[in-house]
Design a protein around this ligand. Structure first.
Ligand code: SF4
Length: 183
């Protein structure tokens, strides 16, 4: 935010307003609160992690989106950002970190390597983190610029806002985790 600009308030959720009242759905309120207070866990293994550092810094200022509170403990994070080449040896560690995160949790694959293995089509590199954990948003690029990373976070915010509070206990979600053999 430049020194002359004013802070923007997030838009109110959909609902009904009248004199002295505003009514909306629980889903909308919970979604709004979750989306604007994401706690990122940066899982950075190579160059894309540097772009994330730039995204955190003053020029791009990820704090404008309520996501500046980084956590290096999976138990206090709900947005896993995977940035960099993930070797097959590293895959079980990534999966363990994901499993240690409490629900609800979301995942962004930042850059070509995390999304698909990137240029490293080799025997040792995982060809996309979605081979071992579910992914919500893919950010393209090698490396993606900070604007693209912010765009990925904004896209995730839209997903979070529209997610039902019941989704995590739904059969579809259990099926998704089962397909990854995650309990
Ligand atoms: S996508 Fe490109 S910039 Fe990002 S980790 Fe892979 S090689 Fe590095």
């Amino acid at each position: 935010m430049s020194k002359n600009s004013k802070p923007n308030l997030v838009n109110a959720p959909n609902g009904y307003a009248g004199e002295g009242f505003f009514a909306t759905k629980l889903n909308e309120v919970v979604g709004l609160a979750r989306a604007n207070s994401m706690w990122p866990l940066p899982f950075a293994t190579s160059c894309c992690g540097i772009e994330y550092m730039a995204t955190m810094a003053a020029t791009y200022d990820i704090g404008r989106f309520g996501a500046e509170r980084m956590s290096f403990s999976p138990r206090q994070a709900d947005m896993l950002l995977v940035m960099g080449t993930i070797s097959k040896k590293m895959a079980p560690i990534l999966r363990q970190v994901y499993e240690q995160m409490a629900e609800p949790r979301w995942v962004i694959a930042v850059g070509a390597c995390a999304s698909s293995g990137g240029v490293f089509d080799t025997y040792s590199v995982l060809q996309g983190i979605d081979k071992v954990i579910p992914v919500d948003v893919y950010v393209p690029g090698c490396p993606p610029r900070p604007e693209q990373i912010l765009d990925g976070i904004l896209t995730l915010q839209e997903i979070v806002k529209s997610e039902s509070v019941r989704r995590r206990s739904s059969d579809e979600y259990k099926e998704l985790l089962n397909s990854y053999n995650i309990k």
